[in-house]
Write a protein that binds this ligand. Structure first.
Ligand SMILES: [Zn+2]
Ligand SMILES: [Zn+2]
Length: 400
């Protein structure tokens, strides 16, 4: 047998994931890869989906069982040989899927966002499963300033959204009772046969009476009208890691609209917009500041303060500093996303201080005379080595 992938990796969870996390991860992936969703895709894609679907089912099968999980943690895949339940017959990904999602199949009508009904079967056993509902994903924008981007931040959002109806706990029934749909006898689909030139043709479609759920709610919940969701709001706290950039979106799982009929929640996506800083400009992981020196400051040198993300920093300007010189405050830039590095560590980006020199225009008569005296001074002219070093820097700007 080929090398098998790690079960935790397959479900995208940590080794210490709780049973709830395991179930959640399975649900999400099982819905994603369910073969019925891929029916109209290419054969290769269908095959991949089917393999992934089986894979997540197998991973869930093991990790949701404390005994098997322990054995797997200790001995890996080897530890599961002969553990029964899967690998050799017995185990069916589709059955598992139905077991997990079976509880969602309360009856009721319409109003759902994402619906997929199972026809065409999987595993060749002629099995059919009922629909699973997923709430819509929601999108919000947030403006972060440079300091929040550099340090990371936590923000609270009041999100208006569909929430589960507390009156019926999401099942849509006033009295908790459902009855088997008379039109489809609870299967959720109806079969029609017709004679054609090719012989008897058989086709299946979603039962119009129960919309594929197989169950009908007699007394619809008076609060939600049978959908299992109502308009509400939730305050969601979102942690933004250091190093985010304009246009990036953060996905908060399960914080979107609640799924109708007890289905699964959509996600909440927060799109980041970077607020402009009055003095500092972001360039990738670096922060750039343009420092404007006076002519005497550039000639004589000086000490001064420049703004950083966290207050002012003292810097020294050497005598004879050329315009275009770039000074560097190490680590005073932006940490790379998801590295866990913190502002100020040398592994972060830097603050770059670009030197420019202000050349005055409106001089008084006396001032002009002073400058005139210097006009032909040798020290005011670049010699060959000055020209060379300035040219080198100029060239570097374009060949970076
Ligand atoms: Zn309700
Ligand atoms: Zn029906």
């Amino acid at each position: 047998m080929a090398t098998k992938k790690d079960f935790y990796e397959i479900l995208g969870i940590q080794k210490n994931a709780s049973p709830e996390e395991i179930k959640k991860a399975y649900k999400k992936l099982a819905v994603k890869w369910h073969p019925d969703r891929w029916g109209d895709k290419s054969e290769a894609e269908q095959k991949t989906a089917e393999e992934n679907f089986k894979e997540v089912a197998e991973a869930y099968e093991v990790l949701s069982d404390p005994n098997k999980r322990q054995r797997y943690d200790q001995f890996g895949h080897e530890g599961l040989n002969g553990a029964g339940g899967f690998g050799g017959g017995g185990f069916n990904a589709e059955d598992l899927f139905r077991d997990i999602f079976g509880s969602f199949h309360a009856g009721g009508g319409g109003g759902f966002d994402d619906f997929f009904s199972g026809f065409g079967g999987f595993g060749g056993g002629g099995t059919r499963q009922k629909p699973v509902y997923k709430g819509n994903d929601l999108r919000r924008r947030v403006e972060l300033d440079l300091s929040e981007i550099v340090h990371g931040t936590t923000k609270k959002f009041k999100i208006k959204k569909d929430v589960q109806c507390t009156h019926c706990h999401g099942n849509g029934s006033e009295d908790g009772k459902t009855e088997t749909c008379s039109q489809c006898s609870g299967t959720g689909y109806i079969t029609t046969r017709r004679q054609s030139i090719l012989g008897m043709m058989q086709s299946q479609s979603v039962c119009p009476k129960c919309q594929g759920m197989g169950q009908i709610i007699k007394n619809k919940c008076r609060t939600c009208g049978g959908d299992g969701v109502v308009q509400g709001e939730e305050v969601v706290e979102v942690k933004f890691p250091a190093g985010m950039a304009d246009g990036m979106a953060l996905n908060v799982e399960g914080k979107g609209n609640a799924g109708p009929h007890g289905g699964i929640n959509g996600d909440l996506q927060i799109v980041v917009k970077e607020k402009e800083h009055p003095e500092l400009v972001r360039d990738g992981i670096n922060i750039v500041y343009n420092l404007l020196l006076t002519v005497p400051q550039a000639i004589l040198g000086c000490q001064l303060e420049v703004p950083t993300i966290d207050g002012k920093a003292k810097i020294t300007i050497e005598p004879g500093t050329q315009p275009g010189t770039v000074l560097r405050l190490r680590g005073k830039g932006i940490p790379s996303l998801n590295t866990g590095y913190r502002y100020g560590q040398s592994v972060c980006g830097d603050e770059l201080i670009n030197i420019s020199i202000f050349v005055p225009k409106n001089l008084s008569k006396e001032e002009k005379e002073i400058i005139k005296k210097l006009e032909n001074a040798d020290s005011f002219k670049a010699n060959d080595s000055d020209k060379k070093s300035i040219f080198q820097r100029f060239k570097a700007m374009f060949t970076k």
